[in-house]
Ligand binder design. Structure first.
Ligand code: GRF
Length: 235
């Protein structure tokens, strides 16, 4: 079982989690949860999180945005919002493993409570996953476990499904296989092409992402097997 905030050892920062597993009263003025967001493209999901974090009641703030490439709109969005950015390209490293280690160490230096992959088009390796166990989430443009991989919207359309959507899940070592945190359903229209369907999915995806990350930050969450629940875990 994995819980956030941790049950026994905490950080020095007060937890966002209301109440405590150990009987300590709720912290009156909890620090916002620290988010690192990873991106590779346009960054509309990142922008939705930036906008949500502007409200102190949201309970989270983005402490850094990381990317695997430069020259992308997502990094411009972060810079416009005054958020520190970093780029680690796979090609800058002698192996994928070294890139993975560099990503993990760079993200860890920002001391995130939660790492959010929002359109980040690289699979994390073992080093990264071990550094952030149960605290790395990814948003995917399909209703997992259907249509994992790079082309979730196009694959759903090609299959002929009548509803698809978006999934937020906790990343594990598989490809889009981790425990599901939230899903949003989107109807497929007769005249959809892959681009129009993906754009409509992204509207629902942004809303789901903002709502769910906010709840994770404010309420905490517990992962037990494949089940993810909001709120503190049992002591
Ligand atoms: C999202 O649909 C995400 O699920 C997928 O790529 C898209 C990224 O969009 N992996 P944006 O960069 O946040 O606009």
């Amino acid at each position: 079982m994995s819980t956030w905030p941790p049950m026994t050892t905490g950080t020095n920062r007060p937890s966002r989690c209301p109440g405590s597993l150990l009987g300590v009263p709720p912290t009156p003025d909890p620090a916002p949860a620290r988010l690192v967001v990873l991106v590779s493209g346009t960054g509309t999901n990142l922008q939705a999180l930036i906008d949500a974090c502007a409200d102190p009641a949201y309970g989270a703030r983005i402490v850094a945005v990381g990317a695997d490439r430069d020259g992308i709109e997502a990094l411009d969005r972060a810079e416009r919002a005054g958020i520190p950015t970093f780029v680690r390209k796979v090609g800058q490293f002698t192996s994928r493993g070294h890139w993975d280690m560099a990503m993990a160490d760079t993200v860890a230096a920002f001391e995130p409570d939660l790492v959010v992959s929002a359109g980040f088009m690289k699979l994390a390796g073992q080093h990264f996953l071990r550094k952030f166990p149960g605290r790395y989430v990814n948003t995917h443009p399909a209703l997992l476990p259907s249509f994992p991989g790079m082309h979730g919207a196009a694959d759903a359309l090609a299959y002929g499904v009548k509803v698809t959507g978006a999934t937020l899940f906790v990343v594990d070592e598989g490809v889009d296989t981790g425990p599901i945190v939230a899903q949003a359903v989107v109807p497929v229209e007769d005249d959809d092409d892959a681009a129009s369907l993906h754009e409509r999915i992204k509207v629902a995806e942004r809303q789901m992402l903002v709502e769910t990350v906010g709840r994770m930050a404010r309420e905490g969450f517990t992962i037990e097997g494949r089940s993810v629940r909001f709120g503190p875990g049992l002591p």
